[in-house]
Design a protein around this ligand. Structure first.
Ligand code: PEP
Length: 251
């Protein structure tokens, strides 16, 4: 049966990769995607900003999409060290991750900032991947669904439609730890996210919801088979072409 929401497998390279390694990785992913000939799923790589243009050039024509890991809310100006959504677009990018938990923690990004960044992505013609997720303390206090609801309501701009955003559920305690929620916990979180989105937009049923947090080739099949999981946001395992392609294959 054809899926109504085309799965998206996104690799977040974080602050990893010097030019030679990154280009080898990008070429490996591009070769794999080209030979698989997938038209029923999307594969995205999000390299560090310094490598965006080179990676976009390396994957050209393969079908692999390129995304940024963050953007500033403004299009330009006196913001030393920052990069605007327009600059990402200019480098050949189509997507941008906003509100990753590492930025929420390291840089104090609030829901309001994440929302402004999603709007900046729209302004530049990029598709934002809005990340949300609870901490271990919040989960243990049975606050997961409340936290997700607050983050969605605060981070998703008004005027959202399914074609204008992707949401990634990433439990903070599962990122880079090798731990994953049970499939029942993922199903419950994703169903709740969709219910909350339903109160905010007309076509919430068509929004792609990614799961992220210690996804690898060996657990991707099980996680991606959960209803309401429409792809994965992958950190560590996206740094090896074979492992990342195995996840894409499982979609
Ligand atoms: C991430 O950083 O978005 C992530 C999911 O990392 P990892 O796959 O390494 O847990």
């Amino acid at each position: 049966m054809a899926r109504s929401r085309r799965p998206l497998i996104a690799g977040n390279w974080k602050m990893n990769g010097l030019r030679a390694d990154a280009l080898a990785l990008a070429t490996g992913v591009a070769d794999g995607v080209r030979s698989a000939g997938w038209s029923d799923r999307e594969v995205l790589v999000c390299p560090p900003a310094t490598l965006l243009a080179a990676v976009a050039e390396a994957v050209k024509g393969s079908g692999v999409l390129v995304g940024g890991q963050n953007c500033h809310v403004n299009p330009n100006g006196a913001h030393t060290g920052d990069i605007s959504a327009e600059m990402l677009r200019d480098a050949g990018v189509s997507h941008v991750i906003v509100g990753h938990s590492e930025r929420r923690t390291d840089c104090g990004e609030t829901d309001a900032i994440v929302r402004a960044k999603a709007e900046a992505a729209w302004r530049a013609g990029l598709l934002p991947i809005i990340c949300i997720g609870e901490t271990l303390t919040e989960r243990e206090a049975n606050r997961t669904l409340t936290v997700l609801e607050t983050q969605i309501k605060g981070s998703v701009p008004s005027g959202a439609t399914a074609a204008k955003l992707v949401v990634a559920y990433e439990p903070v305690w599962a990122i880079g730890t090798g731990k994953t929620p049970t499939t029942a916990e993922v199903a419950s979180a994703h169903a709740h996210i969709r219910r909350v989105l339903d109160g905010l937009m007309a076509d919430a049923g068509a929004v792609r919801l990614l799961y992220g947090g210690s996804v690898k080739g060996s657990n991707a099949g099980e996680l991606l088979a959960v209803g309401d999981v429409d792809g994965a946001l992958v950190g560590g395992a996206s740094l090896k072409a074979d492992e990342f392609l195995a996840i894409a294959k499982a979609a």
